[in-house]
Design a protein around this ligand. Structure first.
Ligand code: BTN
Length: 241
């Protein structure tokens, strides 16, 4: 499998999408030491300090119907959290849809983007992963919400060790997803999350919903029992615990 490494990129997701559109092979990885326009979900930017974090994107061309693509993000979240766990004495957990948390703060995130071919068929998916490894501090606006492995454990792991753990887990869980479907991924996701059964607030655009997160459904949507009593599945948004 090919790994394309750059000192600096605007965004590993953007280069991976371009390569995918140009016919790159499945499994190709794009890695950067820093990003000048790292992207987060919901139009946010991703803090991509040089040399301390891991910023990479995986090109996938799954033979999965489009409605099952959210399971790729959950697959990547499960692979990442299980690969990171040995590096922390405290539990690393998942917050739907794709936040990786350590001690209530954000250790990493995943941004999946579809690439459409002419005629609106999906030519593939780019799964972008950002992990805060050795940052010693964050810009003021992030300090209350972000953390790094170093900040929480006072250990400075080699980024290359973490990277190889994560990619091994990614290839393993991707195979499981293709061969056995989403249900083994969903059950591991549940095991690695602390949010099911908790009261949450979910913001989707201008709407805010409150209720209890009950489960993930087969498509990876978050099932919430709203305070009104209605049970509804959400396919996106921002959850506050
Ligand atoms: C989020 O939690 O909002 C998702 C963050 C995803 C960040 C990664 S870093 C590598 C890849 N390239 C990007 O521009 N974003 C993702």
């Amino acid at each position: 499998r090919q790994i394309i490494a750059h000192d600096e990129l605007e965004s590993t997701n953007d280069l991976a999408k371009k390569l995918l559109a140009d016919g790159a092979e499945e499994g190709t990885l794009v890695l950067a030491d820093t990003q000048t326009r790292g992207k987060g979900r919901l139009g946010r930017s991703w803090f991509s300090e040089k040399g301390t974090g891991l910023y990479f994107s995986l090109i996938l061309k799954p033979a999965l119907p489009r409605e099952q693509h959210p399971s790729l993000t959950l697959m990547a979240a499960v692979a990442t959290v299980e690969a990171l766990q040995p590096f922390s004495p405290h539990p690393i957990t998942l917050k739907w849809p794709n936040d990786i948390l350590l001690n209530q703060r954000k250790l990493g995130g995943i941004l999946s983007e579809q690439v459409l071919a002419p005629g609106d068929t999906v030519s593939g998916v780019v799964v972008g992963i950002g992990i805060n490894v050795n940052q010693t501090r964050f810009p003021e606006e992030l300090a209350a919400v972000a953390t790094s492995l170093y900040i929480e454990t006072r250990e400075q792991p080699e980024r290359s060790d973490i990277f190889s753990f994560i990619i091994n887990y990614l290839y393993k869980y991707y195979q499981i997803l293709l061969e056995d479907g989403a249900s083994p991924i969903l059950s591991r996701w549940r095991q690695n999350s602390r949010m099911l059964g908790s009261s949450i607030l979910l913001r989707q655009g201008a709407e805010t919903h409150t209720g209890v997160a009950i489960d993930l459904d087969a498509a990876g949507r978050l099932v919430v029992r709203l305070n009104s009593g209605e049970v509804r599945a959400f396919d996106g948004g921002e959850v506050t615990l």
